[in-house]
Every structure is written in C-alpha cells, then in structure tokens.
Ligand binder design. Structure first.
Ligand SMILES: [Zn+2]
Length: 137
C-alpha cells in the first residue's frame, strides 16, 4: 500500500528527529498538506498503524491544508485557479500549468514531551516526502 509506505517514512523521520533531540515522546505532529495531494484521508487512516510501537504513538496529528496556487504567465502573478482540475487563470482564461503551492507534504513542526515549550522545526523532512507524494498525481 503506497500511502502506508509514505506515512511510515514520514513517521520514521519524525522519530529519528525526536531521538536526536533526546525526546521521550512525540505528542503532536503538524503537517502541511497541499490541496492537490490525495493523501489527507489516507494519512489519518495510516497514522495509528505506523505510529504504534514508536515514540510517536499517541501523538496528535494536525493537518493544515495548503491551498492550490498557480502562476499565470499572462497576468504575471500568482492566482487561485477556479477549481482543483481547472488550471486556467480566473482573470485572463489562459492555462496556468505552473503550480506554486498545493502539492506539498511537509512536516512543519513536531511537539516533544520532555519540554512542552520545545517546538522543533523539522524542515529537513521535506525533500523525501515531496518526491514520494508526486507519484499520486
Ligand atoms: Zn491570468
């Protein structure tokens, strides 16, 4: 199951990162997920399964949806397209194939329980996940 592999990789990275910080437990994972990604529901579905037995077990999963944004060459600015499968500029009607945002899957933050105030930015996680999620399109 493709989603399960991606979810597992993601949790592995979070665990690895948390271990480096010498955290005992991960209490929350914050993920930015592009509107175009079909991963949202799948991630919730897989989450319990892939976190069981890890230091992420019992962590709260927070998903922030990143709206789809495209770049219109004709208007020369960023636009919100009319719909998920409508990549034409609202204003000029030209195709806008350049997706600026909306495909990403990033761990934006994790919360660790050894110090409640310790918020760790986990940007290093991006590259791996992003290439994997691209397969869904
Ligand atoms: Zn335009």
């Amino acid at each position: 199951m493709h989603e399960l592999t991606i979810a597992k990789n993601l949790i592995d990275l979070v665990c690895e990162h948390a271990a480096k910080q010498k955290a005992e437990r991960v209490t929350a994972i914050y993920i930015r997920l592009g509107e175009l990604s079909s991963f949202n529901r799948a991630l919730h579905f897989c989450f319990d399964r892939v976190t069981t037995g890890t230091i992420c077990e019992g962590a709260k999963l927070h998903i922030e949806t990143v709206p789809l944004t495209v770049y219109c060459d004709t208007c020369q600015c960023e636009k919100r397209p009319g719909g998920r499968y409508n990549f034409r500029c609202f204003d000029c009607g030209m195709p806008t194939p350049k997706v600026v945002a909306g495909r990403e899957m990033q761990v934006s933050a994790i919360k660790l329980d050894f110090a409640p105030s310790a918020w760790t930015s986990a940007r290093l996680i991006n590259s791996n996940c992003q290439s994997a999620v691209a397969c869904f399109d």
